[in-house]
Write a protein that binds this ligand. Structure first.
Ligand code: DNO
Ligand code: MN
Length: 358
């Protein structure tokens, strides 16, 4: 297992120098943020990012995310050119030594929350989702939710929402298959493992379809193209927010098949109707048994990348909601601690440590 930490580039208030000081964190997850969605990422920019990360004493082998243009998800005519660009970006990333590329296939919105700073009893704040509040929003009349992608102008957003009226879940599946059929062979060729991130939350939202929500969706994706290059980012917090999902079982099934390339580990406190708040990573703080999840990764021989996912805002820190330094650092150290214990005291290690019988 290789521990990584997400970093949003030079404008991130969390510096590489501070990340370097978190015990056990060896890798940075980042992206090129100043290219429009759909453009080829220039090799020179990728090389410069890699150099900056390596100069800080960290490694750059995984990217989150190379975003998929809406025209690809919608299946518009322009998709072939956009897919060709995506393939070229993968070739450039591979040339710079990138091993894993995280992406998602959520229409219009990435992760969605109804609150970005919910006050917890201990004085910290967290991201939270209230399904009734989300369902009461009529997206056609305009969306005012904290943190939603404000890069769209309102007329653009209305145009997109209208276009998606022609795309139901089954059509979105067809469009994902079309994308993967073009991209996976290139990924195989250049040695990159693609890792789709589940929908967050794992349910349809604002009338838009979502197709990466549960065990059957994940099985359908990995079976679309049966190649290790067609893999998963298993996000415990995203999938775990669906009361239908057993994250430990998902790790055993898809990790056992060698199809998890990137593990996002975080905890959520979930109610039966799918409302949730993000908590500290510790098992006792949320609904997920993080110790059991880490043990499942160990049991399937997981050797891929891990990162703590969102954290709360603690100790007076301000900045990008979910992506402060302190709580994510606690998460990384906690996960590393669990891993060390599981590894050190696993039956295999015990056997090899035992004196040979005479
Ligand atoms: C949520 C986060 C997301 C994720 C992107 C991946 O759990 O990990 O921001 O990074 O959806 O494309
Ligand atoms: Mn995640």
């Amino acid at each position: 297992m290789k521990m990584s930490f997400r970093w949003f580039g030079s404008s991130d208030p969390v510096s590489l120098a501070y990340i370097r000081q978190i015990p056990g964190v060896t890798h940075i997850v980042s992206a090129i943020y100043d290219e429009p969605v759909g453009a080829v990422w220039p090799l020179a920019k990728i090389e410069a990012l890699k150099q900056q990360i390596e100069e800080a004493g960290l490694a750059f082998e995984l990217v989150e995310s190379v975003p998929v243009h809406e025209d690809i998800k919608l299946g518009r005519d322009s998709r072939d050119q956009l897919i060709a660009n995506y393939q070229q970006t993968l070739r450039h990333l591979a040339a710079a030594g990138v091993q894993v590329v995280c992406y998602n296939f959520m229409p219009v919105f990435d992760w969605t929350r109804t609150e970005l700073a919910k006050q917890l009893p201990d004085g910290s704040t967290c991201l939270a989702f209230d399904s009734r509040m989300a369902d009461s929003i009529d997206a056609e009349k305009g969306i005012s939710l904290p943190g939603w992608d404000s890069s769209y102008r309102s007329d653009e957003l209305q145009g997109l929402l209208q276009a998606y009226r022609q795309v139901d879940a089954e059509q979105l599946w067809q469009n994902l298959a079309y994308f993967l059929q073009a991209v996976i062979p290139v990924a195989e060729e250049c040695g990159i493992k693609m890792a789709i991130h589940p929908d967050d939350p794992p349910r349809p939202i604002f009338g838009l379809p979502r197709i990466v929500k549960n065990r059957d969706d994940l099985a359908r994706i990995v079976d679309l193209i049966d190649s290790p290059a067609n893999g998963l980012t298993l996000c415990s917090g995203s999938l775990g927010a669906g009361p239908q999902n057993n994250v430990e079982a998902l790790v055993r099934e898809f990790g056992g098949r060698g199809r998890i390339h990137f593990a996002h580990i975080r905890n959520v406190k979930v109610s039966p109707d799918g409302d949730f708040e993000e908590t500290a990573h510790l098992s006792t703080c949320g609904s997920l048994d993080i110790a059991a999840i880490v043990k499942a990764y160990h049991d399937v021989g997981f050797a891929g990348y891990v990162r703590p996912d969102h954290g709360r805002m603690i100790w007076g820190e301000t900045g990008k909601p979910g992506y402060g330094l302190y709580d994510r650092a606690l998460g990384a150290v906690y996960i590393n601690g669990l891993w060390e214990a599981v590894d050190k005291f696993s039956p295999e290690q015990q056997d090899s440590a035992a004196p040979a019988a005479v």
